[in-house]
Structure formats: C-alpha cells, structure tokens
Design a protein around this ligand. Structure first.
Ligand code: AHG
Ligand code: MN
Ligand code: MN
Length: 338
C-alpha cells in the first residue's frame, strides 16, 4: 500500500484552501525535521552521552536534563534561518528568541516544549516534543517582536503538534482541519501518514492523574476520583482503569488512540495553585489537538483555548480527553461552586 508522506499531506492542504500557506508548510516540515533529529539523539541514550542532568535550572526552577537543552538547541537552529518566523518561545528559555537580522523574517511565531517528560529520559520511557504555531500580529511587522505578541489565546493557533519518541517515533499534527498521525519510517527517514483522521472516543472508563497528589487536590477532583474508584457499585456505575506515564505527550497519545481522561489539576499547594502544566507550550497545543479530534479540554470550569494568557510561562490546570468524561469532570467543578 502506497502511503502519503507529511509533505504530500501538507501540499494537499496548501492547494485545497487557506489552512496551509507555503510559509507554514515549510515551518511545519522544519519542525518535523528537528523532531526527527531529537528522536535520533534520544535513541542513542548512554551511547551518545545524552542522559543525565546538566545541573542548571530553567526559568521554572526545574533541573535541566542534557536532553532538555539539546532538544531546545536543535529546534532553535533548525527554525532560525528558514524565513517563516519572527520569533520563538520555549519552556527552556526565560524570554523570547528573536530571529537574528541576518535571516529573513516570516509571519509566524513558534512555541515549544522541546522535551516533554524529562523525568522519563533516564529510565527509557516514552518522551516527546510539543509545539504550537501562532501568527505574528500585524503590528509587530513594523517593529521588533515582543513577548506580548506571543500572548494570544489558544483559539488563535494555526497549527499544533507533538512528536512522541516511543516504541515508534510518531508525529501528530493539526492545522485546524482534524488531526493526522505520521509514523517515522526509520529506513527512509520519511514521516509517513498512518492515521488520516484521529478521533477520540467520546466515552471512556480510563483516567490518568498523579494519585500521589491526592491530599492536595481541590474537592471536585477528589470527589470525581473517589467516584471512579468506587467502580460499578458507585455513582458512575462502571469500573475504571488508571494509567499515568508522567510524560504528557505519551499520556495524551494514548487518549488520542483509545480515549481516556487526563488530569493535571490545580491543587492547594503554594506551587500548585495555578496548575503545573504550561499554557503556551503544553496545554494550548494539546487542547487544540484534542478538540480537533472531537475531544474536550478545560481547566476545570473553562475552555482552555479561550484563556487570555498574561505571561509566557503561565501555568494552568488541565482536564482533557474523551468528551463525555470531561463534561462530567467539569460538572463536578461547576456543582462545587453552587
Ligand atoms: P516537562 O518534562 O516538560 O517538564 O513536563 C513534565 C510534565 C508532563 O509531561 C507530565 O504530565 C507531568 O509533568 C508529570 O508530572 P509528575 O512528575 O508530577 O507526575
Ligand atoms: Mn512538558
Ligand atoms: Mn519540557
């Protein structure tokens, strides 16, 4: 069977309408190439000397792994010179990265979590890269790009995707016309279309949450998980299964494949009040992908994509996945307020 490549998939959309411009196609292909390079680096493991920590902290106060920094550099270098971008922002950089003057400026902004699931690097468990593409505001084209230009709600994204470095290396992408999944053919180095239209089942009996935080959760989350754990005899009248990989990319990919509900909620710790996951690099791109696959994403009460960001590294509570289950979790939150 002759399968389409990522290039063919994008060219079709470029010809078909407004979703993909030539500039956006080049940008997505460049990001995909960088992900291929990151995947290759990841797979070398100890042989490539890429495991372990650097001993430095990022702007979020998290210890940086060698692969966090390497992946960030790969994405920056790959995307700097192509002419599609005005700037980039990353979980691993304190402030935005402007395209140097020696290169042509383009109309887009790229945001990324270069290496998601850092705690899984050294234990050989799936990790990934998450990215989001915004249009640079018109006003920014006559001056230099500023941090505020990146602070657009998730509804403004023109593309988003993630790569997962697991048993297979995959790229999952939306340009706002559904979600497509590509598997890297390691023999030819080609991103090959393997799922034309990924859809999340509306119902599920599988949840993903870090249960060790239970004592810190807000009451609605605690009530919901208690009801899941009560199984058939409880108010939800069905038995639930649980999975927690601790790489958002891998947990979301499972949900994209067989459904489920993923939660990293706000909690009552001083560090958890705003949630753990980052709006611009994790929650927004994943919410765009999940919605495009027929799922839903909220912070508990509100649609994540409608959030007006106030800071680049802002955090947010996340509940996403199978539509009917996310509606149910939102119901627990809204009832709690009454
Ligand atoms: P990152 O490695 O980019 O910092 O992200 C890790 C995130 C996310 O991938 C995952 O869902 C979550 O942190 C896991 O957190 P816990 O270790 O608290 O379970
Ligand atoms: Mn992450
Ligand atoms: Mn990361």
């Amino acid at each position: 069977m002759k399968r389409k490549t990522l290039t063919q998939y994008l060219v079709e959309r470029q010809r078909g309408g407004q979703a993909v411009t030539a500039e956006l196609r080049l940008l997505i292909e460049t990001v995909a190439r960088a992900c291929k390079a990151i995947g290759h680096t990841v797979s070398k493991g100890a042989l490539g000397g890429v495991l372990g920590s650097l001993g430095t902290e990022n702007v979020q106060g998290e210890i940086q792994k060698k692969l966090d920094v390497l992946s960030n550099e790969i994405l920056l270098e790959a995307n700097e010179w192509g002419g599609s971008l005005m700037g980039m922002a990353s979980e691993e950089m304190e402030t935005i990265h402007r395209i140097p003057n020696e290169y042509p400026q383009g109309g887009y902004l790229l945001l990324f979590d270069p290496l998601d699931g850092s705690s899984n690097i050294d234990v050989n468990v799936s990790i990934g890269t998450i990215f989001s593409v915004l249009r640079a505001p018109e006003a920014a084209k006559t001056r230099r790009i500023e941090e505020v230009d990146f602070l657009q709600p998730g509804t403004s994204q023109v593309a988003a995707g993630y790569a997962v470095y697991g048993p297979q290396t995959m790229l999952v992408l939306t340009v706002g016309e559904g979600v497509a999944g590509f598997t890297l053919d390691s023999e030819t180095g080609t991103w090959t279309l393997t799922s034309e239209k990924m859809t999340i089942p509306e119902d599920t009996s599988e949840f993903a949450i870090n249960m060790s935080n239970m004592r810190h959760w807000e009451a609605p989350v605690k009530r919901y998980i208690d009801d899941c754990l009560a199984g058939e005899a409880g108010p939800l009248a069905k038995n639930f299964n649980m999975r927690w990989i601790a790489s958002m990319v891998a947990d979301v990919h499972r949900i994209m494949t067989r459904g489920g509900v993923f939660m990293y909620p706000r909690d009552q710790r001083p560090t958890g009040k705003k949630g753990k996951l980052r709006l611009m690099y994790e929650a927004n791109p994943m919410s765009f992908i999940v919605e495009q696959a027929g799922g839903m994403a909220t912070d508990g009460e509100r649609r994540i994509l409608d959030t007006q960001p106030s800071a680049l590294h802002q955090r947010v509570g996340v509940v996403l996945g199978s539509k009917n289950e996310v509606v149910r979790v939102r119901g627990y939150h809204l009832k709690g307020q009454a």
